[in-house]
Design a protein around this ligand. Sequence first.
Ligand code: SF4
Length: 222
Amino acid sequence: MEEKHTKIREIFESIQGEGPYVGQKHIFVRFCKCNLNCEFCDTDFDSKNAKNYDVYKLFNELDKIKCDTISFTGGEPLMDVKFLNAFLEEFKLSLNKKIYLETNGLLFEQLNEIIDLIDVVSMDIKLQSATGQPNRFNCNEEFLKIATKKEVFVKVVFDNNIIQEEIETCAYLAKKYNVLLVLQPKMPMDCDLKIEEIYNKFYEIYENVRLIPQVHKFLNVI
Ligand code: SF4
């Protein structure tokens, strides 16, 4: 069956370098497809560099790794929702690991199909000012409504191009759904990045906001 196979770019153990789980060991499973084309993207989408997996092969590979959390990342893992659903329905209990989803926070219908099998949602809001992709805050809100059935935090990558409307929309959205808002400076970081000024604009609206850079890049960890 088609939903039991997909291409996976890589599987590796490393230190989570983003968000509130920073410093924790995760197994990363990187999918190949994405629905966006962000300017700063560093993901290799060439399927020639990916391997074919079925749900059994993926289980065997993940089951032998000593680590409590599997981070599905991309690309956008929800582009492979049929595969993920088939895999988690069959193996979530046997794996006995926390399932952490890293997502660009847009594919809310796909999230709805799988939310019961996810433990933590790391939801990006991709800003036009940082990614070159149009803002789609309505989709972000639909996504957040579903994600709040589980543990979720929102992550926003920013640089000096961020505009007030983006700050207000993200801060009010996180406030409305009472979720942690993580601000992550875009890398490579501008030496004149107005970090405190931008942070304070978010904080004026919503106090549950944290500034967390991509720690793995500072530590030179993959
Ligand atoms: S959403 Fe992520 S993987 Fe997709 S293009 Fe943007 S940065 Fe790359």
